[in-house]
Design a protein around this ligand. Sequence first.
Ligand SMILES: [Zn+2]
Length: 88
Amino acid sequence: MLPGSFVERKRACGRPTCHCADGKSLHSQYQISVLIDGKPKALNIPAELVERVREKIEMRHRFDAAAAAICSVNLKRFLEEKKEERPA
Ligand SMILES: [Zn+2]
């Protein structure tokens, strides 16, 4: 898993002869937006790692969702048990 969120940015590289010079066919730059020591950072992802990084960040989101679902079920159970144990 990887933390943070996956960000795609469009940018022009600045070379006047490049296809991006028309301002429409821009380059895609992929980044991980993440907190490091409490500070937001944008880390560039090399093109060959984009799919792996995207999957690992998505995995983290599924993990968080699963953890939240388990906590919610456990809390419900805990509250029910607490009710039953309380003397009438
Ligand atoms: Zn360019």
